[in-house]
Design a protein around this ligand. Sequence first.
Ligand SMILES: [Zn+2]
Length: 147
Amino acid sequence: MNRDAPPAALVAAATRAWQQAYAPYSGFRVGAALLADDGRIYAGANVENASYGLSRCAEQSAVQAMASAGARGFESLVVVTDTDPPASPCGACRQVLHEFAPQAEVWLVRLGGEAQLRTSVDALLPGAFDLHDSHTADARSGPDEPG
Ligand SMILES: [Zn+2]
């Protein structure tokens, strides 16, 4: 997982998500895409709300899509913004990312791909709140087989 550039498929998916962002209040679009343990790519965009506190970040949207599909981890995440340097996940998103992939690499990419910063979930959130070793190990595994 030591790459010089973000996975192109993730950049493309995050860019598509960026285009779909719903940000009429802030005007700040964010797209995110992750490569999950099931081999699939899940993407998300920020989705704002007139009641500002209900707005959802792109990173959280991507994680929700992944978990809703039954995947329980990811190895890489790309976040696309049109800022230079590219924006970093907010504190709440860092905790959400840590829930499923504390070791994952995180790429912060400027729209168009010119600026790319590589980090990791661990580096973004040292000392994260984590109950996995004690209470929620069962809940973290994949969905139960039917029947
Ligand atoms: Zn966030």
